[in-house]
Design a binder for this molecule. Structure first.
Ligand SMILES: Cc1ncc(COP(=O)(O)O)c(C=O)c1O
Length: 403
């Protein structure tokens, strides 16, 4: 049957690895799962308890507000002030979303359509590519080199900035939207406030909307603090940002995200969503308020846990001769395929790792053609299991270790 929009979608390569993982587990093999970025840490107790309480109140069983109840919009406004020093008007500059992914997808419906162009990093979290495509727009992939791959002496993000400028120059019609997301999934690239300041100035000059997916706002290491794009003075003229409780509060399944920033764009998404949904289930909104207000330090604890896992994985891989520069942010490690295996490409290499080492990763090609030289490890198993995975990788990759 002929369908619209989904016909051109490539097969979901992550599914291939998932199937392999599942069949290995059925055979009784113990697979260390570092594939899907699905947080394994529990959500804050206060949120779980509040949810259980709120669900018993029949008033919360009715339709909720699509844009979010006033108190949740106030809570995100308070969080932005506390965390980033950014003032957000809870009435005009916030809309709740059913996770960042839903927000970004529907945002593209109001920003772009056939004949419009969006610039998107390559490689990319898949919805950054598919959201503008589903909305009918053209996507130009802009190469984003990962950490350690910028030319010598260049600051983080410098190569990507130059690539963006080049893509802008050569594009016609001129792109309406640039999708950004730092700390970046999958490459783990991070930028500083100065980088954000430059891109905001560029967007203002050329009348471009900046969409910043800030999913890893709180997952950063070694003293690095990721900037919110809204910390740039005047950013609200051109930028919106998606913030989510998924990683920061380990609340992936709850589907609680927000879009904040430019009031006109926020109101455009609010209007569209008022036709599409009735908002997140109200007890979940109530529990999310409690998470933000009463567990403000939870993201720090989550972060410490990812940092320990990052260290276990990166130290381990470096010890067995797989050279990795440790990421400064995200819950991932973006690993170049070691030389003897590079020709296999990332899908075959990821299959090899499941079959020979019982370690599941995500093949880089799943993040677009720009990702094919890498696999992505997600830090969703504990340090002991990560250590076990490294030992088993060492056995499988014997060609890497000196005889
Ligand atoms: C860059 C990025 N954006 C968004 C998401 C999903 O966020 P949410 O659960 O809020 O939809 C993820 C999850 O992996 C992500 O990596």
């Amino acid at each position: 049957m002929e369908f619209r929009r989904i016909n051109g979608l490539p097969p979901y390569v992550f599914a291939t690895i998932n199937d392999l993982k599942a069949s290995a587990r059925r055979e009784g093999r113990d697979v260390i799962d570092l594939g899907f970025g699905n947080p394994d840490l529990p959500s804050p107790d206060v949120a779980v308890e509040k949810l259980a309480e709120a669900v018993h109140n029949p008033r919360n069983h009715r339709y909720s507000a699509s844009r979010g109840i006033p108190k949740i919009r106030q809570a995100i406004s308070d969080l932005y002030l506390r965390k980033f020093g950014v003032a957000i008007d809870p009435d005009l500059e916030v809309v709740t979303t059913i996770g960042a992914k839903e927000g970004l997808s529907h945002l593209m419906w109001v920003l772009v359509g056939p004949g419009d162009t969006a610039l998107v990093p390559s490689p990319s979290y898949p919805i950054h590519i598919y959201a503008p495509l589903f909305a009918g727009a053209d996507v130009r992939h802009v190469r984003l080199d990962g950490p350690g791959e910028d030319a010598d002496g260049q600051s983080p993000g410098a190569a990507f900035f130059d690539n963006l400028m080049e893509a802008w120059e050569s594009a016609w019609p001129k792109p309406r939207v640039i999708v950004l997301s730092f700390p970046h999934n999958p490459t783990t690239e991070c930028v500083d406030l100065e980088w954000m300041t430059r891109i905001v100035a560029f967007a203002k000059e050329h009348d471009i909307v900046l969409v910043h997916d800030f999913a890893y706002a709180d997952i950063a290491f070694d003293g690095y603090t990721p900037p919110s794009i809204l910390q740039v003075p005047g950013a609200k003229d051109v930028a919106v940002e998606l913030y989510t409780l998924t990683k920061s509060f380990s609340m992936a399944g709850w589907r609680v995200g927000f879009m904040v920033g430019n009031a006109t764009i926020v109101q455009a998404l609010t209007k569209l969503k008022s036709y599409l949904d009735y908002g997140t289930f109200q007890p979940i909104q109530i529990a999310a308020i409690v998470a933000m207000n009463e567990a403000p330090d939870y993201p720090k604890a989550v972060n410490e846990c990812y940092q320990a896992r990052r260290d276990a994985l990166c130290d381990g891989l470096n010890r067995i001769g797989w050279e990795i520069s440790p990421p400064r942010g995200t819950m991932f490690v973006w690993a170049p395929i070691p030389e003897p295996y590079r020709e296999m490409g990332s899908l075959e290499f990821a299959k090899f790792l499941v079959n020979e080492a019982n370690v599941a990763t995500s093949p880089g090609v799943g993040f677009g053609p720009g990702g094919d030289g890498h696999v992505r490890f997600a830090l969703i198993e504990n340090e002991k299991r990560i250590g076990q995975g490294v030992r088993s990788l060492r056995r499988a990759l014997t060609r890497l270790t000196p005889a």
